[in-house]
Design a protein around this ligand. Sequence first.
Ligand code: GAL
Length: 729
Amino acid sequence: MIPTIDSKRLTAALVAAALGLAGAAPDRAAAVPNAGTAALAAAPAGATASHTARAPSALLMGTAWYPEQWPRARWEQDLSLMEAAHINVVRVAEFAWSALEPRDGQFDFSWLDSAIAQASHHHIRVVLGTPTAAPPAWLTTKYPDVLRVDENGRPEEHGERQQFSFSSPRYRQLARRIAEQMAVHYGHNPDVIGWQIDNEIGPPSFDQETRSQFHKWLQHKYGDIAALNEHWTTAYWSQTYDNFDEVPMHSKSENPGLLLDWKRFVTDTWTDYINNQAEVIRQHADPRQFITTNTMQWNGGFDHYTVHRSLDMAAWDEYVPGGRYEWLDYALQHDLVRGYKRANFWLMETQPGFVNWGPVNRSLDPGQVREIAWQAVGHGADAVLYWQWRSALNGQEQYHGTLLGADGTPVPVYREVQKIGDEFARASAALSGTTPHSKIAMLQSYESRWAIGFQRHQKDFDPVQEFEAFYRPLELATQASIDVVSTDAPLQEYALVVAPALNVISEQQAQHLAEYVRQGGHLVLGPRSGMKDPYNALWPQRQPGPLETLLGGRVEQFYALDQPVNLSGVESGDRRASIWAETLEVLSPEAHVWMTYDDGQGWLSGKPAAITRKAGKGSITYIGAWLSNGLMQAVAAHLLEEAGVTPSLPGLAPDSPVEICERSGNGRRIWIIINHGTKAETVPLAVKGKRFIVGSGNGATGNDLQLAPHDVVVIDMSNYQPTISGGAR
Ligand code: GAL
């Protein structure tokens, strides 16, 4: 059994303990000393002298480092340059399997021992990647059955990465063995603070083994094939199955019930894949060493809430391929990842300027690497790591942004990173133990995203973009992080809960939401909500299905739009909706219509587009159309007013590119204020008497703070009145 570490407080404490922070998880920290002779005496060969290492701060800056790609003689220079940039953590080894296990069952950790020891001398701690995203050539040659097969039946070859099948029992064994060897060797090493399992897991395999596991999974879920036939309505097109072995394995163009179950199966298989390694690492490693995996932006390949259940912390890799930073969309990404564990997270990778895999790999502008780092911290990141330190002289990613050039000396962005490192060191103590707090939650459901993705009905109905359309005006209006959480998250702390397109909803989830409303919460459902049951079958009532009674209304009909339509009822210069429109019907005298489609628009003419009903101590709202940005802004203002949520800094224009991120905790309230724009901005905040941790109020004009383009200040607001209000509950 893998211990499930799911509580926000425990997770934060574990990470803090891993960093050797005083006061964090005293029981665990005391049980596993991270410095001193006791630890050294007990440490295995790979352990290094932790007393030479400065205790890392709560806010870390780091880089992906690949010592195996360089002669040992070079390491010292690299580590000195890292230290000079205030880098205090490196992630290593996630692609080094062939160096760690050069032959089947023969392990060589000597080089990694030295690399860790040398890093320690430079006060740099280590996150170890298990190298299972890139199996060695001897492995795939000797055991070709581990190779991944794509949906067209083509097996992968060596030379790329992720060429293994996630369901292969043999691969699981080999992956567990290398993870175990590493855990035995480094599990008590005081310089190793945590583990990253694999690297950006994702692509499923469509091999025979996977097929047979899928069938077993279905059998376990349904028990009886008759139950599957009923829930998937297989009478349709003569799909009826006599036994589980007959069920096909597809990820598209299939029965919607099958497609949703395939995604769940993929989720469970990846969860199991991760747990296979997490479990064995936990058996051998100190509990202070956290276990995570790095995820990709908006990756819908599996349910991230499920995969993260047995991990200690979430981490993600932020990239801006075109070099044009859409700050609100990345704010949402951070909020999404914070929601995986409902706790702070790490930015495990981000670009020092540019990537190599977009169509035009433009570099971020000067100052933007810093802007991005601080935004991540503002939304709850406790570490920012750059990918990568230096390009290997050969290999697929020679053009990617780095901190050093091919000659081994700093490239221009190194100085910017050095500045960030210096600032992180200064802000670390103040930010330790703090996290963003929000009065707003947005519900993100992989099942709903998938279900809409299988049948968009309107090609432009991208559920991620629709989510962004709801998020952006709410973030802008409140200038604060929003908690993006799963549908079963506790909701009582929120004044407003928004579910942009909760297409798939179970009875249980409906009850959870209804209870939130009755207790005084304000729930807002967006278009396409409440249409499907957990089998991806239509609810046998109109939308929002099991929430119809609470709403006192329902969807009369849905329509895909090929051109915008106009709506009335909310004051806005822009009154359009596009892509999707549902006409609503009022069933209860308590439900009131506050937005309607204008006349002269066919089926939509004069019909309700949004209704609200007060229920219990709260309210439930249904919005049936994908609103334009302008209209959505006006609607967001209305929803926030109803819920009593006010902005952190009144007086900041709603379209301002200035973001105010607040982190609080440990009796402190810290503001990270960022100008995401390309022009200088004035922020209506009195600077006199405030304690600036990063930046200064020197540019202030009169009472206001002046921020240059892409500039950041960090201010200790602990002695000022809390301004993120809300909760008219
Ligand atoms: C990430 C990956 C890294 C590197 C990076 C380049 O997705 O985890 O190994 O390839 O992209 O942008």
